[in-house]
Design a protein around this ligand. Structure first.
Ligand code: 5GP
Length: 352
C-alpha cells in the first residue's frame, strides 16, 4: 500500500462491493505465490502499479494475465481468497461482495466448477475462523470470452445461487471493454436476471468508438442492471448522453466508483475530475470501492479518504456514504437490517 489512511477511515465500518479477486492480491500474498512458482520469473513490478505510476487500461489487462499465471491451482485460489478476505476485514470492511471469473486450467486440472467451489470454501473457512466480515460472491463473466461462455457461466452461477444458501448473489460483467459487444451477451444477462441473480455490470468504462459504446450502454441499461461498475463515460460532460443519465436515475441504479483504479488505469485524468463528483452532487447512490486493491496498491480506507480530501467531504458525509452502501448490497433485507444495526453500534465510537 502506498500510504496508510487516517484512523477515522480505518475505523469506519465499510462495505466493499467492487473487488475482483485476482486484482486484490496483496504484496504479501504475491510473495508467497512467486516463491511457489519461481520458474515463471515473475517480479512484483509486473503485478502492481505503484504510487505515481500509470498504465493504460489495456496494460492493466496484461497485469491480470500475469497474476493468472501465478494463481492456477485450487491451493492458490484458496490461499488468495482467504488472504484477500482477511485483509478486507483488517481494513474495517464488514460486508464484502467478492467477484471472480471462473477459469479452467488444463495444466493443473482446475475446472470452473472447482474454481467457484474453492472460493466458496475460502469464504466458509473464514466464517468458521470467526473473521469479522460477511462475504458474498459474484460470478464474473469476462466479455472477451463471448456469448457461449457467458451463457455457460450464467448456468453455473444459477446452480451455485440455488445450492449455497445466499453465498452466491449475482453476476458481474467485466473484462476488456474494447473487446466484443454487449449485445451478444444480452441473452445470458437476461437469463441471469430472470433466474434471480443480481447484475453488476461494467458499463461506459472507457471512451472509444463513441456510437457503438453509447449503443452498448443503452442496451445494457435497458436490462436494467442492479449496479453499475465505473460508469465513467455515462454523463454528457464525459462524452456520454443525458438519456443514459436519465435511465440510471430513473431506475436508481447505484454506481460502484473506484477512484485510484480509474486514475492509474488512465480513464480519468486526475482525482478532482473523477465522476464521483457528478453523481454525488446529483444525490445518486455512489459507492466507493477499490476494484483491484493489489494491482492498484490501495485499500478501501484510503479510497474513502481520497474521496473526502478531493471533494471536501466531512466525516459526517463519509459516514452517510458508508451507510448508504449497505442499501446497495445484494444481500437480503434481514442482512441489511443487521448491518445497519452494526453501523449504529459503531457510530458513537467512530464519529466521536
Ligand atoms: P478475476 O476475475 O480473475 O478474479 O480478476 C481479474 C479479472 O477481473 C480481469 O481479468 C478482468 O476480467 C476483470 N477486471 C479487473 N479489473 C477490471 C477493470 O477495472 N475493468 C474491467 N472491465 N475488468 C476488470
Amino acid at each position: 500500500m502506498d500510504t496508510k489512511a487516517d484512523i477515522f477511515y480505518r475505523e469506519l465500518p465499510k462495505v466493499e462491493l467492487h473487488a475482483h479477486l485476482n486484482g486484490s492480491v496483496s504484496f504479501k500474498t504475491m510473495e508467497k505465490l512467486i516463491s511457489r512458482k519461481p520458474h515463471l520469473n515473475i517480479e512484483h513490478s509486473m503485478t502492481a502499479i505503484r504510487s505515481g505510476q500509470q498504465r493504460t487500461l489495456e496494460e492493466c489487462f496484461q497485469v491480470f494475465k500475469v497474476v493468472h499465471q501465478l494463481v492456477n491451482t485450487e491451493e492458490d485460489i484458496l490461499m488468495v481468497a482467504k488472504d484477500v478476505i482477511n485483509e478486507f476485514a483488517e481494513d474495517g470492511v464488514k460486508y464484502l461482495e467478492l467477484r471472480s471469473t471462473p477459469r479452467e486450467e488444463t495444466k493443473t486440472g482446475l475446472t470452473k466448477r472447482r474454481y467457484i467451489e474453492t472460493v466458496l470454501e475460502a469464504i466458509r473457512q473464514c466464517q468458521n475462523e470467526g473473521v469479522d466480515i460477511d462475504v458474498r460472491f459474484l460470478v464474473a463473466v469476462d466479455r472477451r470470452n463471448g456469448s457461449d461462455v457467458a451463457m455457460e457461466t450464467v448456468k453455473l452461477a444459477e446452480e451455485f445461487m440455488l445450492s449455497t444458501d445466499g453465498l452466491v448473489v449475482g453476476l458481474d460483467l467485466s473484462g476488456d471493454p474494447t473487446v466484443g459487444h454487449g449485445r451478444d451477451l444480452l441473452p445470458a444477462l437476461h437469463r441471469a436476471k430472470s433466474s434471480g441473480l443480481k447484475l453488476a455490470l461494467h458499463l461506459s468504462e472507457k471512451l472509444f468508438q463513441v456510437p457503438s459504446q453509447l449503443e452498448e450502454s443503452e442496451l445494457l441499461l435497458s436490462l436494467p442492471p442492479d449496479r453499475i461498475g465505473h460508469g465513467t463515460f455515462l454523463h454528457p460532460n464525459m462524452g456520454g448522453a443525458q438519456r443514459l443519465v436519465d435511465q440510471v436515475v430513473k431506475h436508481n441504479i447505484p454506481l460502484e466508483l473506484c477512484l485510484t483504479s480509474n486514475i492509474k488505469g488512465q480513464t480519468v485524468s486526475c482525482y478532482s475530475k473523477h465522476h464521483f463528483q457528478y453523481w454525488y452532487q446529483l444525490g445518486h447512490p455512489s459507492v466507493i470501492c477499490t476494484d483491484d486493491k493489489g494491482v492498484f496498491c490501495t485499500d478501501l480506507s484510503q479510497e474513502y479518504q481520497l474521496a473526502a480530501s478531493t471533494f471536501g467531504l466531512s466525516h459526517e458525509d463519509v459516514w452517510k456514504l458508508s451507510v448508504q452502501a449497505v442499501d446497495c448490497t445484494f444481500a437480503p433485507d434481514h442482512v441489511k437490517h443487521r448491518l445497519k444495526r452494526r453501523w449504529e453500534d459503531f457510530k458513537p465510537h467512530v464519529l466521536r
